[in-house]
Design a protein around this ligand. Sequence first.
Ligand code: UDP
Ligand code: MG
Length: 318
Amino acid sequence: MAKTQGIEVSIVVPLYNEEESLPLLVEKTAAAMRPTGKAWELVCVNDGSRDGTAEVLEKLEAKYPELVGVYFRRNYGQTAAMQAGFDAARGSVIVTMDGDLQNDPKDIPALLARMEETGADIVSGWRKERKDAELTSNFPSRMANRLISKITGLKLHDSGCSLKAYKADLLNELHIYGELHRFIPAVAMQYGAKVDEVVVTHHARQFGESKYGLDKTIRVALDIIQLYFFQKFLHRPMHFFGYMGLVLMVPGGVMMTWLLLLKLFGQDIGGRPMLIAAMMLILLGVQLLGMGVLGEVLTRIYHEPQGRKQYVLRKRAG
Ligand code: UDP
Ligand code: MG
């Protein structure tokens, strides 16, 4: 959608079963944004809630002219809901936030001010005093942050915080799939984004319940592996798979040659474990090389029909 009609800030909130929080959320957001004098909108995406979220949202839409409701037919998950919010958003800055009031809308103006001050493409909230369970949320999140910063060079204390501000033109370049909403800054790093952070308040969940449990940790771990691959090898999968393939095949080949020599000198090699090891190494190596070739083919299919480039420009003269 065209970024026109003078909206400066779009606040995007995904909602799944948040009927109790929603009225308060809209009220607090309005109270925080109206004094800024900016033209803003609040894009609430109902992600196929099973409770009365949709009805509450419809009623609020009549009451608040800044409120834009987007309604899914079924539950698609937080990432899809956020993407739908980005697609509907008209502002040149997009702010994301959770719908459960764990983030405080009061912090939005501070994010915006920081963005203007430093010219950052992304300003992330940092829940310095986080009010979630230590074992299932805080500890895995710290580990994840450390890994992400190793892999992408992203220096954020709390990249999992939903409260963030983005320049809309950057966000429009990104594509987020699966549950990658947690990693938008990390993905954006691949586009050379300038990222900054601001300490924000965090509240314990007042109404409803968290939609995620401990298995989130496993999915986050898998996503980090994915991120690593995309960061380093998206354009050259052969270097990833082929490298591993060679590392296995070369020792396998040496072992096999050795066994062949022994055989030629009349020794019986049928019962030797080395034979099995050598065969496994060679087979695995060939398979990995094959995957590398397939990966290269897929990379071309990924880029060419879409007219995608291997690079993203910030600007071009003229
Ligand atoms: N959410 C959503 N669709 C889902 C799950 C969650 O839109 O399938 C929303 C949810 O309503 C909330 C945000 O995503 O606004 C974050 O979810 P939650 O607070 O449950 O996550 P947590 O804070 O426990 O990580
Ligand atoms: Mg929450």
